[in-house]
Design a protein around this ligand. Structure first.
Ligand SMILES: *Cc1c(COP(=O)(O)O)cnc(C)c1O
Length: 389
C-alpha cells in the first residue's frame, strides 16, 4: 500500500461487535477475565488498550517499521528510549535540537550517570570522533529545531553500525540510532528506511495536526528492542489515554493532504521572506543554496512548513515588536497544527538551553520561528508584511 492509503487504512478494522468504521475509544481501565489468566489479550489498560493498539499498528506501518509504541507525550517517548541505558553509558546528540530533549538529557539523565556529547552533526566526522566503548546511542533531529540544519541519516547509521566504530562490540551491543522525525513527519521522511533503529515522534505536532492533544510515539523494527521498550512503557507507565490515541488516529487520516499544503505554503512564505529588504537570514532547507539541500533532496520528499529567520535589524526589541504584531500567526509554542504559529525560540521553546550555548550554536536572541499552517498563503504573507512593517 502507498502511504496515502496506509494513513487511512493501516491497522484499522471495523469494530467487530458493531461495525463502527471509526476506531472506538475504549475508555476502560481493566478487562473482565473468564478464569484467572484467561482473557482476550487485554488485562489492564496501562499494559494494553485496544484504541492504543490500533494507533501503534498504524504508526508502525506509516514509518515502514514492524512495531509501534505510543506514549503520553513526545518527551515521555524520549524518556523511554533513554531508559534503555545504564550509568556510565554515553550518548552523542545533536547540538541543535528541541529544548525539552536537551533539558531531559542534561537535567534528568546526566544525574543518573549518563554522559552526553553535543556535536554539530552536519559534519558526521564530529560524531565519529566522539565514539568510544561506552557509546550506546546517537540521537538526532533532522531538519533540526529551530535552525533547519540537515543531518545525513544514512551516513550516521553507517557510522553507528561500522565495525571500526566499535571493534569490541557484539551485534547486540550495536550503537543505537534514534531519529526524532517530528519536523518532517512520515510523509516527508522515513528514518528506518535509511538505517535508523528507532524513530520518535511528538505526535502532538503534524501527526495529530490540530493542536488538540499531547502524544508521543516510537517505531522500530527489532523485536528485542520492542520488548525492552514495551517493558519500559508498561513499567514506567507514561501511556496515553484512549481519547488522545483516537485524536492522533483521526489526525493521521489527513496527514498527506495537510503536509502537501504545509509544503506549498512553507515554500511561498520562505521565498517571500527571503526577498524582503528588512529580513536578514531565512533558514529553510528547500533553498537550493542551503548547505544541506542535496542531503535533504536525497532523504526527504518535501521541505515542510517549518522555518526560522532573523531581521536585518538584529535586535531583541525589533524581534519582539514583530512577534507581537502578527494577527494570523499566533504567538505560541508548538508547531505542525492547521493554524500558523510564530515563536521566539530564545525565550520560549529553547529557553532551557543556556544562552552562551545557544549563541554558540547559532541560535541568536532575535531568531523568529514560523510553523506555517494551512491558511491562504496570500493572507499569511499579508500578515507578515504588516508585522515586519
Ligand atoms: C514538541 C517536540 C518534542 C516533545 O514532544 P511533546 O509532545 O511536547 O512532549 C520533541 N521533539 C520535537 C522536535 C518537538 O518539536
Amino acid at each position: 500500500m502507498k502511504l496515502s492509503t496506509k494513513l487511512i487504512h493501516a491497522g484499522i478494522e471495523p469494530d467487530p461487535s458493531t461495525g463502527a468504521i471509526m476506531t472506538p475509544i475504549y475508555q476502560t481501565s481493566t478487562y473482565v477475565q473468564s478464569a484467572p489468566g484467561k482473557h482476550k489479550g487485554y488485562e489492564y489498560a496501562r499494559s494494553q488498550n485496544p484504541t492504543r493498539k490500533v494507533l501503534e499498528t498504524a504508526m508502525a506501518h506509516i514509518e515502514n517499521g514492524r512495531h509501534g509504541l505510543c506514549f503520553a507525550s513526545g518527551v515521555a517517548a524520549t524518556d523511554a528510549v533513554l531508559r534503555l541505558l545504564s550509568p556510565g553509558d554515553e550518548v552523542i546528540a545533536a547540538n541543535d535540537m528541541y529544548g525539552g530533549t536537551y533539558r531531559l538529557f542534561t537535567k534528568i539523565f546526566e544525574k543518573s550517570g549518563i554522559r552526553f556529547h553535543f556535536v554539530d552533526m552536519q559534519d558526521t566526522a564530529h560524531i565519529s570522533s566522539q565514539i568510544n566503548a561506552q557509546t550506546k546511542l546517537i540521537w538526532l533531529e533532522t531538519p533540526t529545531n529551530p535552525l533547519m540544519n540537515i543531518v545525513d541519516i544514512a551516513a550516521v547509521a553507517a557510522i553507528a553500525g561500522s565495525p571500526s566504530s566499535s571493534p569490541s562490540r557484539s551485534p547486540a551491543q550495536k550503537i543505537l540510532v534514534c531519529v526524532d522525525n517530528t519536523f518532517a513527519s512520515p510523509y516527508l521522511q522515513n528514518p528506518l528506511d535509511l538505517g535508523a533503529d528507532i524513530v520518535l515522534h511528538s505526535a502532538t505536532k503534524y501527526l495529530g495536526g490540530h493542536s488538540d492533544t499531547i502524544h508521543g510515539a516510537l517505531v522500530m523494527n527489532d523485536d528485542e528492542l520492542r520488548e525492552k521498550l514495551y517493558f519500559i512503557q508498561k513499567s514506567c507507565g507514561a501511556v496515553p489515554g484512549p481519547q488522545d490515541c483516537f485524536l492522533v488516529l483521526r489526525g493521521l487520516k489527513t496527514l498527506h493532504v495537510r503536509m502537501d499544503r504545509h509544503c506549498t505554503n512553507g515554500e511561498a512564505i520562505a521565498r517571500y521572506l527571503r526577498q524582503h529588504p528588512k529580513v536578514g537570514k531565512v533558514y529553510w532547507c528547500g533553498f537550493e543554496d542551503h548547505p544541506g539541500y542535496a542531503i535533504a533532496k536525497k532523504q526527504m520528499r518535501g521541505f515542510g512548513g517549518m522555518m526560522s529567520f532573523t531581521l536585518k535589524d538584529d535586535s531583541l526589541p525589533t524581534a519582539i515588536k514583530l512577534l507581537s504584531s502578527t494577527k494570523l500567526f499566533a504567538l505560541a509554542e508548538s508547531l505542525g497544527g492547521v493554524e500558523s504559529l510564530i515563536n521566539h525560540p530564545a525565550s520560549m521553546t529553547h529557553a532551557s538551553i543556556p544562552r552562551e550555548e545557544r549563541i554558540r550554536n547559532g541560535l541568536s536572541d532575535s531568531l523568529i520561528r514560523l510553523s506555517v499552517g494551512l491558511e491562504d498563503a496570500g493572507d499569511l504573507i499579508e500578515d507578515l508584511e504588516q508585522a515586519i512593517g
